[in-house]
Design a protein around this ligand. Structure first.
Ligand code: NAD
Length: 421
């Protein structure tokens, strides 16, 4: 692969392949394994007709991609967003393979997406779209095959509809087909907060590594959805001063620290920050270059790019979102001495507790939130130490180290299993 020819600024799949190639070369990965790991095992595109509330029919496009199911069932969220593309879903599926391997949970990587604007759909339309999409991908998913979860634009309610649709088809209640379900349906304590809580843990560890005291640090969080809102709360609980948080329309900024009680109360009842008046309005672009110690991109891909990386002032970036930093931006930031904790570790709290949920569903035995959080912290902190150990030994970035750890674990499984002919 010629890395210079990849379009890494705009295409998340090519950005993922860039990072893969850097780590694979460091590992001197076998050429055959290289080929296996750079293409998805399986992918499907489905058409989803939905009867709209005005009586018209609309057909939506959906995808499910399984990047690898060698280490266990595919695992990965379902994204409902107008910006979904097949390359984005492929990248997200591969990132799930690496993420599950970094935290060493027995899953492969998969991802799904539907091109739609969930906020503009009625509840009935959203339910029909979810159920029809589930029916269309039903042969691919299952507790032993591929286990979806929430991602951008989806939530526990959507998971409940998927679980019910799948269960009706297989003629028995099958909670283990999805994770991120409501508690009443076999969801796990701690799952909704897990990704943001994990981002908090990983920020704490990153700051310690850089010799910084969380209580003396300021931070800005891009995104106030599931990941952004809980990350901001977790950082506040650690003693960091959260000076900015954003939604897709822009950010709220208060250099003295946002009133996190007011932010939390507002986000409990609203999807975004509109109507909340506890800081100055700035743009998402301005948030990225704020003079803060810690930057948490927790919204979407490619927000730290070659165009703004030189202006980033944060000393530590912890990637709550998947793929927020482009490879060119990362090179610029590394030269400035910025520590970047990569997505495949930083936001792995979600899939780790998804794993706990799947285990609990299979056992029929449920844990309390303290148990979940203790186990989550142990896995994430151990993984952080492992990744940093590789980074130090090989003198590579934390991202390359995380990819090296993941590629090594996934290829070991392919070697042991052999190639079925
Ligand atoms: P969400 O839909 O709950 O929230 C997304 C947030 O980002 C919203 O506040 C939205 O307004 C904002 N946003 C969307 N597009 C934006 C843009 N172009 N610029 C600025 N802000 C924008 O989604 P989420 O579940 O919080 O996921 C956020 C990111 O975290 C995604 O990259 C997702 O893949 C990743 N992630 C999520 C989980 C999880 O458990 N939900 C786990 C791991 C990684």
């Amino acid at each position: 692969m010629n890395r210079d020819q990849l379009n890494t600024e705009d295409n998340p799949l090519e950005a993922m392949l860039y990072h893969f190639d850097v780590a694979a070369r460091k590992l001197a990965l076998d050429e055959g394994l290289y080929q296996i790991l750079t293409v998805p095992d399986r992918e499907i595109r489905v058409s989803i007709p939905v009867q709209m509330h005005d009586g018209s029919l609309q057909v939506f496009a959906g995808y499910r991609v399984q990047h690898s199911v060698a280490r266990g069932p595919g695992k990965g969220g379902i994204r409902f967003a107008p910006t979904v593309t097949i390359d984005e879903v492929r990248a997200l599926a591969a990132w799930m393979t690496w993420k599950c391997a970094v935290v060493n949970v027995p899953f492969g990587g998969a991802k799904g997406g539907v091109i739609c604007e969930p906020q503009s759909l009625t509840d009935t339309e959203l339910e029909q779209l979810t159920r029809r999409y589930t029916a269309a991908i039903i042969d691919l998913i299952g507790p032993e095959r591929d286990v979806p979860a929430p991602d951008m634009g989806t939530n526990p309610k959507v998971m409940a509809w998927i679980m019910d649709t799948y269960s009706m088809h297989v003629r028995h209640s099958s909670p283990g087909v999805v994770t991120g379900k409501p508690l009443e349906l076999g969801g796990s304590h701690g799952r909704i907060r897990a990704t943001g809580y994990g981002v908090g843990l990983m920020t704490r560890e990153s700051l310690y590594r850089q010799g910084l005291d969380p209580k003396q640090c300021t931070c800005a969080v891009q995104g106030c959805g599931n990941v952004g809102s809980v990350s901001a709360e977790s950082l506040h609980a650690l003693g960091l001063k959260v000076v900015a948080i954003s939604d897709i329309d822009g950010a709220l900024y208060n250099p003295d620290g946002l009133d996190m009680g007011a932010v939390r109360a507002h986000l409990r009842d609203h999807r975004d920050l509109s109507g909340l008046d506890c800081g100055d309005r700035i743009s998402n672009a301005d948030l990225i270059t704020l003079d803060v110690d810690v930057l948490i991109p927790a919204a979407t891909e490619n927000v730290i790019t070659k165009d703004n990386a030189a202006d980033v002032k944060a000393k530590v970036i912890v990637e709550g979102a998947n793929g927020p930093t482009t490879p060119v931006a990362e090179n610029i930031l590394e030269e400035k001495g910025v520590f970047i904790l990569p997505d495949v570790l930083a936001n792995a709290g979600g899939v780790t507790v998804s794993y706990f949920e799947w285990v609990q569903n299979r056992l029929g035995y449920y844990w309390d939130e303290r148990d979940v959080n203790t186990r989550l912290e142990r896995i994430m902190v151990d993984s952080f130490q492992e990744v940093c150990g590789i980074a130090d030994r090989h003198e590579v970035s934390a991202r390359t180290a995380a990819y090296m750890l993941a590629i090594d674990r996934v290829s070991a499984v392919y070697k042991l299993r052999g190639i079925y002919a």
